[in-house]
Design a protein around this ligand. Sequence first.
Ligand SMILES: Cc1cc2nc3c(=O)[nH]c(=O)nc-3n(C[C@H](O)[C@H](O)[C@H](O)COP(=O)(O)O)c2cc1C
Length: 436
Amino acid sequence: MHLNLFIQSRGHHEAAWRHPKSSKLALTDINYTVEVTKKAEASLFDSIFLADVLGLWNDVQTTPFNWLEPITTLAALSMATDRIGLIATASTTYTEPFNLARYFASLDHISRGRIGWNIVTTWSSQAGGNFGGIGEVSHADRYERAEEYMCVVKGLWDSWTDDAVLDDRAGGRYADPTRVRAIDHAGAHYQVKGPLNLPRSPQGRPVFVQAGSSDAGKQFAARHAEAVFTAHLEKATAKAFYTALKSLVAAVGRNPNDVIVLPGFSPIIGSTAAEARRFSDELNALSDPEVGRNRLSLRFGGQDLSHLPLDKPLSPEDLPDPRANEASRSRTEVIVGYVREQKPTLRQLLAKLAGARGHFVFEGTPEQTADLMQDWIEEGVADGFNLMPPVLPEMLDLFIAHVVPILQKRGLFRTAYDGNTLRSHFGLSRPDVRYT
Ligand SMILES: Cc1cc2nc3c(=O)[nH]c(=O)nc-3n(C[C@H](O)[C@H](O)[C@H](O)COP(=O)(O)O)c2cc1C
């Protein structure tokens, strides 16, 4: 079982930042991120992950985020840890490919091979306003640009062979120029000559992580991803996603075992079910449904949902059609699917989404938490989990102290790191340079 820790705010619950058990450190204090990353490393997690949005939402009054820029943050985490994998989000739509290839190759050197790139096309509409040259880009165009982008960055990461650096002091030859090549890319969106201006990194290139779940997103994952994050409110849709993605991977001629699927999982753990319930009630008491309503509206690209009553059962027609959504298409599909199946009131739906924004939320004892994780692994729903503690560090501490030992005793989770790179934790091979 693979375990990634998704670090966000003071925990994933909408009200975590206000809860007395969440960290007292400022969210701009790197010691906070270092502290939780070190805990995950001591507990042998495969990796930690930082998300990113390229702008400020309209809800800063009630919603803190991870303010520190993730690529810079990974450089600091690289120096504070030794073994754990480190994954940062960066956008194909709003980052020049040469810069991105250079940042991630540098990070892979700095961390000695522990870096992953969460490839996003950036769904949030406010990003367009901050990048005047590009502006807002439609869902289809974002994925089209991303395809060309992957061709460019893969070429750049392959532009030095592993043996290009000679460092031959006696002979006076630093590098072999025949082992360093330009890529001469000229496409519809990018013109990049190359080569990259630094030698190949320990993992060859970062591990490719991806989290788009629309049809275009899944096709993209099948072609490029090595690990996939995904959000589901129910086991049935998580299983359908897992099965569909693995067959898409096989259909493009790749081995389904070379792509690991990590659904989001946000457990509230208590020594009894009643204690877990109490903690959940405390969090819900700190939540405001109007904060949730605004956040739901942002998912639908800012569509007005103010007319919906809080306490009447919803039907799918009450919400905008996800197929017409240029923002977060797959997450809105998950939400509308849940409304179709469960017919919650808006208040109930918002309480469900407050936990982890549409990821799987759960309350129970350590045994019950471990049982659920084991079931998902054995039933072909997941290869591991993207752990999203509702409150940090409290729920991470409980998970580490009480759930990890059960998983280890059952032989489901490692008791020591086997290797030193993220590729080795994820069981992935190192890519060859295509020129050789
Ligand atoms: C666990 C997880 C983390 C994500 N992190 C980010 C992120 O940091 N930035 C971002 O723009 N999108 C993020 N996304 C959104 C997806 O990358 C994707 O853009 C979104 O689902 C819309 O694409 P789709 O319509 O193909 O699903 C995340 C999704 C998941 C499941």
